[in-house]
Design a protein around this ligand. Structure first.
Ligand SMILES: [Zn+2]
Length: 254
């Protein structure tokens, strides 16, 4: 057994952070060494760009689906918001555009996708529920992505149905969210009920067993996380008040 000591501000980082109208994005994520261009001036975080490339290759979508919007700086999000207010009015903007510092696009983990064609609407690109788009939707959870703003969940996400907006949360979280038909908000509420190491959420998939638990951040400068030497694990902040720890090991069903 050994212990990790995580600084308080690490709750604002990681694949699972919840960024919405309640929880602002705390980091400054601008184009950097960690950003990868996925074509033209559209950037994503390195690991997210790799996962996206994998699914696009797997379903042979590169000439059928366009990347419309990826990583945005705070300044860009402000510009998009203000431009939309002028052009589309307040009602539309509040439904489809997040306030600056409250957009998932600032995390580098969100991508807007549109059917490849000549004039693609920047805010509301066309993303069909048939053909290649459907194939993307049906497979994306295997690569760590979720459809972030589903239909009939507007009361929870406070964003209108956006079939084109996908968020990277990593595997197996994407798979669990898909299976339970819930939003990222609901997933956070669920996992917060499972205490790290004493009462983990168990998920079996792909010959692996995952144990997922929540740990509230300490009021002190550091939060101590105890880990077994044999464990494979990842830690993400929740962007609220704690950490989600995911452990996994091989699982052979006899
Ligand atoms: Zn988007």
């Amino acid at each position: 057994m050994y212990s990790l000591k995580l600084k308080k501000n690490t709750i604002y980082r990681g694949d699972l952070i919840l960024v919405n109208s309640t929880y602002a994005y705390h980091e400054i994520n601008e184009y950097s060494n960690n950003s990868v261009s996925v074509g033209g001036n559209i950037f994503l975080n390195n690991n997210v760009a790799i996962a996206l490339a994998k699914i696009m290759l797997a379903i042979n979508a590169f000439d059928k689906i366009s990347f419309v919007s990826g990583l945005r700086s705070n300044v860009e999000q402000s510009e998009i918001y203000n431009k939309s207010l002028l052009e589309n009015g307040e009602d539309f903007t509040k439904k489809y555009v997040a306030l600056p510092n409250h957009s998932e696009h600032q995390t580098g983990m969100a991508i807007d996708l549109g059917v490849k064609k000549e004039n693609i609407d920047f805010l509301c690109p066309q993303f069909l529920d048939t053909g290649i788009c459907k194939e993307f939707l049906n497979n994306c959870h295997n690569y760590g992505f979720i459809r972030r703003y589903p239909q009939d969940k507007e009361m929870i996400t406070l964003i209108a149905y956006e079939p084109w907006h996908f968020r990277y949360v990593g595997y197996p979280h994407s798979s669990i969210i898909k299976k339970l038909k819930i939003t990222l908000e609901e997933y956070h509420n669920l996992i917060q009920k499972y205490s790290y190491n004493t009462n983990n959420y168990i998920y079996k998939s792909c010959n692996l067993i995952f144990e997922i638990g929540y740990l509230k951040a300490s009021d002190l400068a550091y939060t101590q996380i105890d880990v077994e030497n044999k464990d494979f694990f990842s830690i993400s902040g929740d962007n609220q008040n704690g950490f989600i720890i995911t452990k996994w090991r091989e699982f052979n069903e006899k």
